[in-house]
Design a protein around this ligand. Structure first.
Ligand code: RNT
Ligand code: ZN
Length: 418
């Protein structure tokens, strides 16, 4: 039986429940996932005076073949993009600037340092997103940046964030789709603070200064990412969830929820509907915490499915900006991107194929027996046949056959890198 035959049979099963499968695939095609460039080089970046990764995040593993130049990183991304169905976006960090061997301080970065990325994105027909980098830098060594007691240090990072928003606006203008600029800072304390308020007051003031510079939302959209703890900031993080949720709602910015940044039993899937009642849009960093904020490659687990369901059944595919954030250096990095991104897309497809309206109705009627029964039975509906057909239709490898491409790329290219 061909993939198409399997699809036709599977489609009939879903149609019995009133699910319009062709429409689901059309919808899926239009959802961009923002793929983080930093999986390709272990959050290293290409600064001339590159510093060790800091900020309380960590990448473990020494799988050979990591990208060490922008050309290598783009080439690796191209392979991953060719294995993922749909048109997506690439998410850059300021440390991925190209400065021609010159040391350019982060507060001096300009759009011209990202011209090659923009030209590449044009060739690929994709959009770009952006992040100021407030870690891996001498001025972040105290574990404080925008909330630092020293005004000079704060001002440096404020200038860096403004420069970043301007770079993102350049992306938006050039590529015809607004870039999301996400501010995440590592600021916090290892041990119990004697004053939680003052650093938060400083962070609030720093953000106000950063956003004082007006940038057209046609080109750049601002987001702020909260966190619970990091390595070295176990007791207190300045930019907590409540801090940024308050800030974002009051100042019309987007909250970015990273799935690894909450207490272990606190789920981002449960936050989406609540946040969307008060904010038109929301951004995500889909990651996979294993016992801590470990940023493992995203798998198709229950929480990922639940996130997909919440986005789809709340009609929020254009309200939730989906980005990925994981970094595993113990496996082939192109495979890591491919696995994680394909899984994110699978979770949306899974959700699009569930009779969501019917299930909502059952809940309204108090029919919890049928609600549970149908939700469970749908887990073994022939979802794989629809996914395979989608991959074939979108011109990307079906099932695990993409591994062949990754293996030959590894043999020909990755294994020749030092
Ligand atoms: C850190 C945050 C942040 C980073 C990236 C590299 O905990 O999740 O998003 O992972 O900016
Ligand atoms: Zn994140």
């Amino acid at each position: 039986m061909s993939i198409k035959d399997n699809y036709q049979l599977a489609k009939k099963e879903y149609e019995k429940w009133g699910v319009n499968v062709d429409e689901a695939l059309e919808k899926l095609k239009s959802v961009p996932i923002s793929i983080h460039c930093w999986q390709g080089d272990d959050v290293g970046g290409f600064e001339v005076n590159q510093q060790e990764l800091s900020g309380g995040i960590d990448v473990t593993g020494n799988y050979p073949g990591k990208a060490t130049t922008p050309e290598e990183l783009r080439s690796d991304l191209e392979i991953a993009l060719s294995l993922i169905p749909g048109k997506h976006r690439v998410n850059l960090h300021a440390i991925y600037a190209e400065t021609d061997g010159e040391v350019v301080e982060r507060d001096e970065l300009k759009p011209k340092h990202f011209e090659k990325w923009v030209n590449w994105a044009k060739e690929q027909g994709i959009g770009l997103d952006f992040n100021p980098t407030l870690f891996s830098h001498a001025k972040a060594d105290d574990g404080l940046t925008l909330a630092h007691p020293d005004k000079d240090i704060r001002d440096f990072w404020i200038r860096h964030c403004i420069a970043s928003r301007e770079i993102a606006a350049f992306f938006g203008k050039e590529l015809g789709s607004p870039a999301l600029t996400n501010i995440w800072i590592p600021d916090g304390y290892k041990d119990i603070p004697s004053d939680r308020l003052t650093p938060r007051q400083r962070l609030k003031n720093s953000l106000d200064e950063i956003f004082q510079v007006e940038i057209d939302e046609k080109y750049n959209i601002d987001a702020v990412e909260s966190k619970l703890f990091g390595i070295g900031s176990e007791a207190y993080v300045v930019g907590s969830h409540e801090f940024y949720m308050g800030y974002a709602l009051k100042n019309n910015k987007l909250c970015l929820l990273d799935t690894g940044h909450y207490h272990p039993t606190e789920m981002v899937s449960n936050k989406i509907s609540a946040m969307l009642l008060y904010s038109e849009k929301l951004a995500l960093h889909v990651s996979r915490p294993v016992r801590w904020d470990s940023d493992h490659v995203v798998i198709l687990d229950d929480e990922l499915k639940e996130i997909g369901l919440e986005i789809v059944r709340n009609d929020a595919l254009d309200k939730v900006m989906i980005g990925l954030d994981f970094f595993d250096a113990s496996i082939n990095r192109v495979a890591a991107w491919t696995i994680g991104t394909r899984n994110m897309i699978k979770s949306l497809l899974y959700a699009l194929l569930v009779p969501n309206e019917h299930l909502k109705q059952l809940q309204e009627e108090g029919n919890f027996t049928e609600r549970l029964a149908i939700m469970e039975e749908f887990k073994t509906y022939p979802f794989g046949a629809i996914w395979d057909y989608y991959c074939e239709k979108m011109g990307v490898p079906v099932k695990e056959s993409w591994l062949k491409d990754v293996k030959s790329y590894e043999k020909e290219i990755l294994s020749t890198r030092d």
